[in-house]
Structure formats: structure tokens, C-alpha cells
Design a protein around this ligand. Sequence first.
Ligand code: ADP
Length: 461
Amino acid sequence: MKIRTRLTILFTFITATILLVFASIILISARENREKEFYALLKKEAITKANLFFNAKVNSKTLQNIYRNNRETLNEVEVAIYTTSFHLLYHDAVDIDVVKETRPMIDEIAKKSEIQFYLNDWQVIGIKYKFQEKEYIVTAAAYDGFGYIKLNNLLKTCIIVFIISILLLYMIGRFFSKKAFEPIVKMTDKAKTISATNLDLRLYTNESKDEISELATTFNKMLNRLENSFDSQKQFVSNISHELRTPLSAIIAELELSTHKERNNDEYKVVILNTLQDAKKLAKLSNSLLDFAKANYDPSEIAFKQVRIDEILLDARQQVQKSNPSYNIAIHFESDFEDDYQISINGNEYLLNVAFINLFENGCKFSETKQSKVIVSLEKEKIILQFIDNGIGILEEDLKHIFKPFYRGLNKIYADGNGIGLSLTQKIILLHKGTISVTSDKKSGTIFTVELYHGIKNAID
Ligand code: ADP
């Protein structure tokens, strides 16, 4: 069932219940009032007839005639007068005699002074009446025809008004809920048209700060984020295929060329060396991509433990120099450390090693001397690592882009690469809740500053 229908039914049901309670209270109070008023009327009639009988000395025949005449048109009250010893003094109509008075009834009236009760639909009242110091018992009974007709009319009116109100309420409820849900229906229709091919579409938002407009704005913001990440995914995939295609095309071309005619051993050697170089590039790219994927894992899936930064730096230096014997890397400690804690952080050894290798390699490959240096400063809360080279530097306009995946600066002609290294390094440092920044100068070279904190218990905290 749609929320709109559910709300309309709920609204109608609640209002109907309130109306029902309201009408019931009115009907009950009208019923009680009728009963009270009629007993009061009976009492008045009983006293009047007794006054006529005792004080005015109107004779019984006349009183009975009045009763019989009035009875034709009105619901005349039937009155009887008894002595306290159950002796009948007067009766409006002995032949009709609705209230069959008995001795116990007379005694009860004498005892209580007044009683009221129903006899079928007739209301009966019995009272004590005093005349010349003597007590008499007067009973009066009548059927409140007008009162019941009035009550029935009120009931009918209530039922009709109730039914009409329910119908009206349902229609009004439907109308307003339709109006209230119109923007949501529009949003749903629009959202149905948004797919991967037209992620640029946005939901309509108005100026008002209502909940629906807020929902549309939030949804649009989510679409912005989705569009951005979708675009960068597309960009990433096309960059990867481009990076893969270049060495692959080179390998294919090289091998095809070598098969065109018979060649000597030296020529084959050159072909093999060239293809080996391209294959290494491919292997490096695939390793970088693998590391990139690892750094993008859910942080809770990456193992963190206390690791010594000096050991990781030494390890990284060894690996870089092993694969590039011409590279020269120096590690310099600004101050001595007294305990392990000062040189340790909570981190992932493998990923930090990858980050340091990238920074060492970049420093060496972008400088003529193939030299790179890291200065380690130990502070109370953090370890500061400055990766310094006296190389060609990074152009001002490249500085803000170098951490983007696959971005290579204008100086890329100087050295081979795939543009993943720095973005991967930044991801790793951020994963460790650290910071990385860069300053560069054409003359003096480049400094990458990495700050890693001791206090980080777990990078995902
Ligand atoms: P790659 O080194 O494979 O090109 P990176 O992501 O490691 O990719 O670096 C991105 C770009 O940043 C490089 O292409 C280069 O332009 C610039 N860069 C990085 N480190 C240095 C450095 N030490 N000296 C000069 N330029 C650098």
C-alpha cells in the first residue's frame, strides 16, 4: 500500500474516532438530560395534582376528566395519591393504572421520601407529600414520547453528519496527501531516468528549506560524488589501458620486426633486451596497480603493528639500489634516539616500504647525480622525514597535480615512469594518518616532507 493511501486512511480513521467520541458524548449527555428533565417534570406534575386535590379541593371526577382529555393529545402524567397506610385517595385512571402500587412500594417511598424508576419505557416517580401535618404518598408516571423522538432525531443527525464527514475527510485527506507527495513522485520519475549514461542529470530543488527539498539536495550531492568517482574510474581505466598498450605495442613491434628476416645472435640479443625492458615496465606497472589496490582496501583489513621507520628506510634503500645500482641514497638522522618508541609508529611495513621506495626512486631518477637523501627528525609526537634531491625540480603548475593517479609532470621526458608512484605514496601516508607535502625549486631540487605520528593506535581509528 502506498504511503499516500496509508496516510489518508490513518488521517480519516483518527479524525473519525475523534468525531465518534465527540458524538457519543453528546448523545449520552442528551440522554441523561432528557431523563433528569422528565423526572423533574413528573415531580412537578405530582405536586400540582396533589395541590389541586388537597388545597384547591378540586373533585376527583374533574381531575380525571382533565387527565382523560389531555391523554388524547399529550403524554399526560398519570397520578395516584395514597395515604401512608396504602389507602387509595385518588387515581387519574384506575382502569389504565400503569404503576401497580404495592404496600412495599408505598413503604419505601415513605422511608426514602422519593424514588425514581422505569417501568418498561415509562418513567415513574414516587414522593412524600405533606398536607395539614399529614403525610401522603403521590406517584406519577408517564412516557416521554417527545423526549425520545428528540433523542432519535439527534442520533439520526449524528449518523448522517458522521458519514458525510468521513467521506469529506477521506477526499480532503487524499487531496492533501497527493499535494504533499507530488514533489516525491516527480523526484521518483526523474530518478528513474538517471543511469550511468546520464549521471549529469539532477533532481529539481526549490528555494524552500523543507524536508523534500533537503532530500533532493542530498540526493544531488550524492549524484555529484557518484559522477566524480565514476569519471575518475573511467579515467583510471583508460589510463591503465594506455599505460599497458605502450609497452605491449613496443614488444609486439619489436618481435614482429625480428621475425621478418633471419638475424644474427647479436641482433636477437638486442631484441630480447628491448622486450625485456618493456616487460619490466609492464611488471612494474602491474605491481604498482596491485599496491594501489591494497592501499585502497578497507583500512580494517590492513594489518597494523609497531614498526621501526629506520629499518623500513634501510630496507627501501637496499631494494632501490639493488635494482638501480647507479642510484645513491643517504639516510641521515638529525638526532640520536634513546628507545625504540621514538623511531617507531603503528603502521604497515609493506606499504610504508612501497611509499619510501617511490620517494627514493623519484629523487634519484629526476636528478643528474642520481642521488637522493632522507633526513629523519624525531619529535615528541611525530617522526619527520624529508626526502631531498638536488634534481631538476618540479614546475609550479605541476605541483598541485603530481599526487593525482597517472599524472606525470612536464619533466617526465627526463625519466621513465607511469604516474602512479606519488598518488600511491600519498594514499599510504594518509592511511597512516600522516601528512605529505612538497616544495620544489628548479635550482636546488625537490623536498618531499612526510610526517608520521607515534600516537596513532590504529589508522582506522
Ligand atoms: P612517475 O615518477 O612514474 O612519473 P610519480 O607519481 O612518482 O610518477 O610522480 C609524478 C610526477 O611528479 C612525475 O612525473 C614528475 O613530474 C614529478 N616528480 C615526482 N618526484 C619528483 C622529483 N623528485 N623531482 C622532480 N619531479 C618529480
